[in-house]
Write a protein that binds this ligand. Structure first.
Ligand code: GUN
Ligand code: ZN
Length: 433
C-alpha cells in the first residue's frame, strides 16, 4: 500500500566536510515523499508529485521538516535503567553501576521489558535505526532483536563478549563467546532488517584468547559490523598500555586481531593519537562520537574536525552511548557535539551537524545505500521535526534569518518534544499527538 507525507524536507547527497554545501544539501520547502513496501518510491516538490497520486492520502505536517530518521551508532540498551548515575568516571562507573545492572539481563523477561521501553523511547526521539550493545547473555540479544522485528526496524546488535575484569556472573569464556556469537549470527543476521554485530566490549575485558576468537568470527564474516570501545578515558588508555605491552597503542590492540576494518565502529576515540587516526583512516574503520556520555563521565571532547580531515579522513557516526550518555535525543546529542567542538576551538555549522546525524552516520556504518538519505530506493525511515515544539523555540524561530540558523535553533533547544512523527519502514511508529 502507498502512503505519502508532505512537508519541508532536508537531506544530504554528499559530505559537506569535504564538498561545497551547495553540492551536498537538498532542501525542499514543500515536498512530498511517497512510501511503498518499506521503501521511498517517489520524492520531490509537492506540485510535481501530487498530480500522480490519485487516491493516495497525503499526511501533511505544517511548521515541520522531514529528515532522514536518526541513526544512533553506539548505544547500550541494558543501561536504560542507569541513565544519570552520579559522580564517577568510566572505570568506577562500569564497576559500580553498569556491571550490576547488566547482570539482570540473564532474565529474559526483564530484558524484553527493557527492550520495549528502549525502542519506544528511541521512536519518541526520532531514532529509526541503531547499533546496540546487549549483554553477555544471549537471551538479552534475542530480546532486542525480537522487539525490533515487530517494527521491521533496521537494528544492529550483538552479544557483549567479556572474559576478564568484571564480576564472575558477567564473564563468558573465549569458546563460549565464539559459540554464542555464532549461533546468534545464524539466528538473526540479515533476518529482515536485523544485522548482527561482533561485540568484544573493550580490551580490558577480553583476554588475548578471547580476542583470537573475535578475530576468527571477524574473518568468517568479512562484511559484518564490529563494535567496541577505544580511547575513551585517560586511565583506561593507561590500563590498556599495561595490559598489552606489545601493542603499539590501543588501536593496535584491536588491529592485531583484524578488528580494525570497514564497518568496525569504535565508541569515543577521544584520545586517539595521530598514528591511530591514520590507521582508522587507512582501514575505513569509524569512530562513534558520544558527546553527552563524554561530558557526563568527564572523558573529554572529541575533535570531529580533526577526524574529518581531507588528508586523513576518519568516518564519524553520532551516538548517544546510553546509559553513560544522558539523552535519547539526537538533537541534544548534536547540541553537545557542538559544545565539544567549541571546546576544541573547531566548531562546525548546523548543516554539518544534520549531515553527521544522518548520512554521515550511515556512511560510518556502511549503510549509506539503505538509510540516512531521503531518495527514491532508500528505506523509508523518516523523522518529522516540529520546528515550533516549545514556546521558546517558536519565539526564537521568528528571528531565524535562514535555514542554517533555523536548524541550529532546533539542535540547540530541541529535544524529544521536537519529534512530530517517526516512520520506520514506511510505517508510523510514533506520533506526538
Ligand atoms: N567501555 C567499556 N564498556 C563501556 C560502557 O558500557 N560504556 C562506556 N561509556 N564505555 C565503556
Ligand atoms: Zn559504550
Amino acid at each position: 500500500m502507498k502512503t505519502a507525507i508532505r512537508s519541508a524536507m532536508l537531506t544530504f547527497k554528499k559530505d559537506p566536510f569535504f564538498h561545497e554545501m551547495d553540492e551536498c544539501l537538498v532542501y525542499e520547502s514543500d515536498a512530498v515523499i511517497v512510501m511503498e513496501g518499506g521503501k521511498i518510491t517517489q520524492v520531490g516538490r509537492a506540485q510535481d508529485i501530487l498530480p500522480s497520486l490519485d487516491g493516495v492520502e497525503v499526511k501533511r505536517y505544517t511548521d515541520s521538516v522531514i529528515i532522514p530518521g536518526f541513526i544512533d551508532s553506539h548505544v547500550h540498551y541494558p543501561q536504560t535503567e542507569i541513565i544519570g548515575a552520579y559522580g564517577e568516571q568510566l572505570l568506577d562507573w562500569l564497576n559500580n553501576y553498569t556491571f550490576i545492572a547488566e547482570q539482570g539481563f540473564k532474565n529474559k523477561e526483564h530484558a524484553s521489558e527493557v527492550a520495549k521501553v528502549f525502542l519506544k523511547e528511541q521512536f519518541r526521539n526520532g531514532v529509526t535505526s541503531s547499533t546496540v550493545y546487549c549483554t553477555v547473555f544471549p537471551q538479552s540479544v534475542d530480546a532486542i532483536f525480537e522487539e525490533a522485528e515487530k517494527y521491521d526496524m533496521r537494528i544492529m546488535a550483538g552479544k557483549v563478549c567479556m572474559d576478564r575484569n568484571a564480576p564472575e556472573a558477567l564473564l563468558d569464556t573465549p569458546q563460549r563467546a565464539y559459540d554464542e556469537s555464532s549461533s546468534l549470527i545464524k539466528k538473526w543476521h540479515n533476518k529482515g532488517r536485523a544485522e548482527y554485530v561482533i561485540t568484544p566490549r573493550f580490551v580490558p575485558t577480553s583476554t588475548p584468547e578471547q580476542m583470537e576468537m573475535m578475530q576468527a568470527l571477524a574473518a568468517e564474516n568479512p562484511d559484518m559490523l564490529i563494535q567496541s570501545h577505544v580511547s575513551e578515558n585517560v586511565n583506561e588508555v593507561a590500563w590498556v598500555k599495561d595490559l598489552c605491552p606489545k601493542a603499539k597503542d590501543y588501536t593496535d590492540a584491536y588491529a592485531q586481531y583484524g578488528l580494525v576494518r570497514p564497518r568496525a565502529i569504535y565508541g569515543h576515540g577521544i584520545h586517539l593519537t595521530d598514528r591511530e587516526l591514520s590507521v582508522f583512516s587507512e582501514t575505513g574503520a569509524a569512530v562513534a562520537h558520544c558527546p553527552t556520555s563524554n561530558f557526563f563521565l568527564g572523558s573529554g571532547c572529541l575533535n570531529v574536525k580533526k577526524l574529518r580531515d581531507k588528508n586523513r579522513p576518519v568516518h564519524v557516526g553520532l551516538a548517544t552511548d546510553l546509559g553513560a550518555g544522558t539523552s535519547f535525543s539526537m538533537l541534544q546529542t548534536m547540541n553537545e557535539a557542538y559544545k565539544a567542538a567549541q571546546m576544541n576551538g573547531t566548531p562546525y555549522t548546523s548543516l554539518h551537524s544534520f549531515y553527521l546525524a544522518s548520512r554521515g552516520t550511515a556512511e560510518a556504518l556502511g549503510l549509506q545505500d539503505k538509510v540516512g538519505t531521503i531518495a527514491v530506493g532508500m528505506e523509508a525511515d523518516l523523522t518529522v521535526l516540529n520546528l515550533k515544539s516549545t514556546p521558546i523555540i517558536d519565539y526564537r524561530m521568528k528571528y531565524a534569518k535562514d535555514l542554517e540558523e533555523a536548524l541550529f535553533i532546533q539542535m540547540t533547544l530541541g529535544d524529544d518534544r521536537a519529534i512530530a512523527a517517526t516512520y520506520v519502514a514506511g510505517k508510523e511508529v510514533y506520533r506526538a499527538n
